[in-house]
Write a protein that binds this ligand. Structure first.
Ligand code: FES
Length: 206
């Protein structure tokens, strides 16, 4: 049942939702906006890693939100067409463009394209925001071009603040960085066009 007050799901799941919006889409700067919490059943369910249901109806193109799943931050990024083109542009510069060497969980079969997303919602990226080097949380650097700590031909993506690893807009790590692998992509599915369930797909719970 939906809690109309805070927009989250209650009853069977516990969700922390941290929304991060990116003003102006591809040319914008990531800013953190409200931290919303809702509480549902038990610590036991949360500890067991229950799937998390997320409403993305307000997730504008070019914007990203972060939710917690199994104690880890998970990004949901609504990529614009330009961002999708940036994924293609990044491919030659990546350490493992085909994600042949997954980090801590297998890459779901339906996420094996370069976009690493479900083909029926290709623009939506769902990725675990844990750097594969030493576990920091990378930050959004969606703006293209020269800027501090990034190359002049930066195509847009993510920068880990700890040791400088960079990831493209599909969570794939660039070459010659401390991080050895791409970001994890969890199993997920769409319960409706605007409702994502993280940690569960047609095969059951992850
Ligand atoms: S933890 Fe991200 S680069 Fe080291």
């Amino acid at each position: 049942m939906r809690d109309k007050e805070n927009g989250n799901v209650d009853g069977s799941r516990r969700t922390w939702l941290i929304a991060t919006s990116v003003a102006g889409g591809i040319g914008g700067v990531a800013t953190v906006v409200p931290f919303v919490a809702s509480f549902a059943p038990s610590e036991k369910a949360r500890a067991a890693g229950a799937p998390v249901e997320v409403d993305i109806s307000n997730l504008e193109p070019g914007s990203m939100m972060t939710v917690a799943w199994r104690g880890k931050p998970v990004w949901i990024l609504n990529r614009t067409d330009r961002m999708m083109a940036d994924v293609d542009k990044s491919t030659p510069e990546l350490a493992d463009p085909d994600s042949k060497d997954p980090f801590s969980m297998p890459l779901p079969e339906y996420c094996k394209s370069q976009y690493r997303s479900r083909p029926d919602h290709k623009n939506i990226l769902v990725a675990v925001a844990v750097c594969t080097h030493l576990g920091c949380t990378p930050t959004a650097r969606f703006q293209e071009g020269p800027q501090p700590n990034l190359p002049n031909d930066w195509p847009g993506g993510f920068l880990c603040p700890c040791h400088g690893s960079t990831y493209d807009l599909a969570g794939r790590v660039f070459k010659n960085k401390p991080a050895p692998q791409n970001l994890d992509i969890p199993r997920y599915m769409f319960a409706s066009p605007t409702q994502i369930v993280i940690g569960q797909d047609e095969q059951g719970e992850a």
